[in-house]
Design a protein around this ligand. Sequence first.
Ligand code: ADE
Length: 362
Amino acid sequence: MGNANETPILSPEAVDALLGWYRSNARDLPWRHTRDPYRVWISEIMLQQTRVEAVKPYYARFLEAFPTVFDLAAAPEDRLLKLWEGLGYYSRARNLQKAAQMVVRDYGGEMPADETLLRSLPGIGDYTAGAIASIAFGLPVPAVDGNVLRVLSRAVGSRDDIADPAAKSRFRSSLRSVIPTDASAFTQSLIELGACVCVPNGDPKCAVCPLAPFCVANRDDLTAELPVKSSKKPRRIENLTVFIIRDGARTALRKRPPAGLLAGLYEYPNVRGHLSPHEVPAVIRTMGFAPLDVRRVEDAKHVFTHIEWHMIAYTVHVAPMSDGYHPPSGCYLVNAAERLSDYAIPSAFSAYTKYGTKEPNR
Ligand code: ADE
């Protein structure tokens, strides 16, 4: 693939068919009303691993809060994480801010119109650099994510393992030589086809696909076999015991460490392992609270990319703390009714929000 003397990955006729289809079938999405590189960048980061419908309200709120790269660069981290709350993969938000600070410092607040410089920014890899370069700047740079890999594997009948970075790299270089003048529409048309026609789950809608006349998988009835993707290793399971600790109107929250999973977010205090009810009071005392009453509530599970949390949980009523008391565990006592919603708490804990926020019944 990719040499001048080889067949191009998409013929000029296939590229035309794709662009024509995109012009009349593209969804009207908020980030398609702009070529502003800052806005395109925010949309592409939010859309990583996240559904379009889920992204829409976050995209609007985020740009209202941080309309320019300068606003994002200067934002307090807690505010940033609060705006990202529920979207998941929080390192995306922290990388966005680091990159914004670099754009302000090194490029006077203008995103660089250059694939290599874009890729040197935190959180921007091959795909995102290609997406910003092509969609915002119109540069002939490929943007190949899992969806585009599916489209291309089927189109050319490739049995290469799309989980293999070398295969991805081959697709990127062969795509480079077929990018038309309107690189922006070309990138988006491949993304759109992967989202709406050559869909990730279920049968592709070949009857309405502009590439069907050019597609090897369609011709040879291979859509069920392609793309080939080697299976990932299984996720690690972590058992946790979560405590919703209340002293009357206040709930204990703890800030997670500045690096690692869910870095910098707030959580209900928790420990590794599944504790039985009689083990709970001693642990609560080590956190600096005096437990009065312990009740088991429902279990919950949360699936991250590489880890699964299997949580059991207890509500723990503790003796009232004086105002200003700061427990040795690094917990914050937050007035549940008024303030809890100011803190970014990841959706991994959403099963327990109701215990953290409701008025205590005693
Ligand atoms: N997924 C990734 N980028 C996208 C875009 N620009 N529009 C729709 N879905 C996307």
